[in-house]
Design a binder for this molecule. Structure first.
Ligand SMILES: Nc1ncnc2c1ncn2[C@@H]1O[C@H](COP(=O)(O)OP(=O)(O)OP(=O)(O)O)[C@@H](O)[C@H]1O
Ligand SMILES: [Mg+2]
Length: 287
């Protein structure tokens, strides 16, 4: 279990996380919110890239913030990034194996673990092939393979479905759902694809402007008035303006993936349409 209390992060005049308190208990948990809500910032705190101004995080009873960032990977924090991290010239195998530098494991078990991770995510290309030869779908899966090797305890997935067409997300959902049983790790999924979050996560927390505005069973959270309003931007008077629409259009793949996300789920319809209203407002600040 990850228990977060009073977590606050500031960048100059911007408060990216504002007294966030929430618990992620087990399995695969969702974390959603409009662009700029603070989701990636939260992952940056967990993985040690960003030091909070205030607050505490207990991870399986341990004080996570007391661990220096270079020890977090060895402790078991794994993450994927909104933009892919694979090194194109390296082989598929080596891209996953490099994560093992942080894990104490012999050579034979390390090799077996890497091959198991590739099989687990469903990459069928030869492990010796360069990562640059993978297609878009396999590249996203390679990111997940990198997150499940070397005894992870906490797996953080930052928009793993970004850029993938809808028909590819069913396999991705299946992989994400199976991470906790495969590895024993608590998994937190950030995505704008509400149908993916609904398919993978029994519980979901929602951030808006750095504040936790809802947490609980995913279906209930997606129906919550505060959540619907946050996505619609009604509370901020943002909905329906021409300029917001323009920004959403310029949001590139994110705006595009949101449009796809809305298909087929009622809570997704509400939340997704609101996401359009806010797309581009927080932007791609962390990239
Ligand atoms: N290193 C940084 N320096 C300054 N501001 C930052 C930094 N990282 C994040 N921010 C700001 O903090 C806020 C939260 O950003 P964050 O990237 O965490 O949002 P997000 O919820 O991940 O959004 P998205 O859905 O667009 O990925 C934004 O206003 C962003 O511009
Ligand atoms: Mg983000």
């Amino acid at each position: 279990m990850i228990e977060v209390s009073g977590l606050t992060v500031r960048f100059g005049g911007v408060t990216s996380l504002d007294g966030m308190s929430v618990a992620f208990e087990s399995g695969t948990c969702g974390l959603i919110g409009p662009n700029g809500a603070g989701k990636t910032t939260f992952f940056n705190v967990l993985s040690g890239f960003v030091r909070p101004a205030a607050g505490a995080i207990r991870a399986f009873g341990e004080d996570l913030l007391a661990k220096p960032h270079f020890q977090r990977a060895r402790w078991g924090v794994r993450r994927t990034f909104q933009t892919e991290q694979a090194i194109e010239e390296l082989s598929v195998f080596d891209n996953v194996a490099m994560i093992h530098e942080h894990a104490r494991m012999g050579r034979a078990s390390r090799r077996a673990d890497v091959l198991r991770a590739l099989e687990f995510v469903g990459i069928t290309s030869a492990p010796a092939a360069p990562a640059g030869s993978l297609n878009a779908r396999e590249r996203r899966l390679l990111e997940i393979a990198r997150a499940v090797v070397g005894r992870p305890r906490l797996v953080l997935l930052d928009e793993p479905a970004a850029g993938l067409p809808d028909e590819e997300t069913a396999h991705l959902a299946d992989v994400i759902r199976r991470i906790p049983e495969q590895t024993g790790a608590l998994t937190i999924l950030v995505d704008h694809d509400m149908s993916l979050v609904s398919a993978c996560c029994a519980t979901t927390a929602v951030l808006d402007f750095g504040r936790l505005i809802a947490a609980g069973p995913t279906a209930e959270v997606l129906r919550d008035d505060n959540v619907v309003q946050a996505y619609l931007g009604v509370a901020n008077g943002e909905a329906g303006t021409g300029s917001e629409h323009d920004k959403a259009d310029s949001g590139g793949d994110r705006a595009g993936s949101n449009a796809g996300d809305r298909a087929g789920s009622d809570p997704g319809d509400k939340a997704g349409s609101g996401t359009d209203g806010r797309a581009g407002s927080g932007g791609d600040g962390e990239r």
